[in-house]
Ligand binder design. Structure first.
Ligand SMILES: Cc1cc2nc3c(=O)[nH]c(=O)nc-3n(C[C@H](O)[C@H](O)[C@H](O)COP(=O)(O)O)c2cc1C
Length: 210
């Protein structure tokens, strides 16, 4: 499936999709490979191409990853309960997180973008280079997926248990970092709107911070 989206529509409507993931529809391997091939066109520092994508379709492994995800999502939701009671926008976000926590093991594909070389205690500049060698590729993957009727959400909850996830998947933890867990499925309906964002002049600084 290819959606008729202009580049601007693609960039402005690739949303965090949690409740509108079609849990019953399988995702074809070829479609995922198309998205991953496009992701490979993203930049890496020094042309290292030190990226990896672990694509998890095995039900048992998705269930185990779901446990790790839920173990962090639960306390997160508890911490945010008061904020949700006071703010309908937070409440809506929390509802989405709660829904995904209940169903993450049913999402047909979990994609874990990884990058070679741990930067755990490295200076900020080294960390920035390493993370930016996988994040643009992973976001390209999400854009390519959206263009094909797929959706997902960038998530980091499971990283609190990165070592356990590495053991589960055979990722060599000592030399490879996981950047995210992106649950991927066809979306229920394909219409999405631009998300609410702060006014541009609150975050753009021309010629200096002031
Ligand atoms: C670095 C990062 C970490 C995130 N971690 C999680 C997460 O662990 N769980 C989750 O449900 N969403 C997570 N999100 C999704 C954000 O909540 C989402 O991108 C944000 O709400 C904006 O959504 P929108 O683009 O649809 O407006 C994360 C996003 C980013 C960029």
């Amino acid at each position: 499936m290819r959606l008729e989206l202009t580049p601007d529509e693609l960039l402005s409507t690739t949303r965090a999709v949690r409740r509108r993931l079609d849990l019953a529809r399988p995702v074809e391997r070829e479609v995922l490979e198309e998205c991953l091939r496009l992701a490979q066109q993203a930049p890496t520092a020094s042309y290292a191409q030190n990226w990896h994508f672990v694509v998890v379709t095995d039900a048992g492994k998705r269930a185990a990853l779901g446990e790790l995800w839920r173990a962090v999502a639960g306390p997160y939701l508890e911490r945010r309960a008061a904020a949700a009671a006071a703010d309908p926008v937070v409440a809506r976000l929390n509802d989405g997180v709660r829904y995904l926590a209940e169903h993450i093991h049913e999402v047909p594909v979990h994609v874990i973008p990884c990058v070679e070389g741990r930067t755990d205690r490295a200076p900020a500049g080294a960390q920035a280079s390493r993370w930016a060698s996988i994040v643009p590729a992973a976001w390209s993957f999400m854009l390519a997926a959206r263009a094909r009727g797929l959706g997902g959400v960038w998530t980091t909850f499971h990283l609190r248990h990165e070592r356990e996830a590495a053991e589960l998947l055979g990722v060599p933890f000592d030399r490879v970092m996981q950047a995210a867990l992106i649950p991927v499925a066809y979306t229920i309906g394909t219409g999405f709107r631009p998300g609410p964002r702060r006014p541009l002049d609150t975050l753009v600084h021309w010629d200096g911070w002031d």
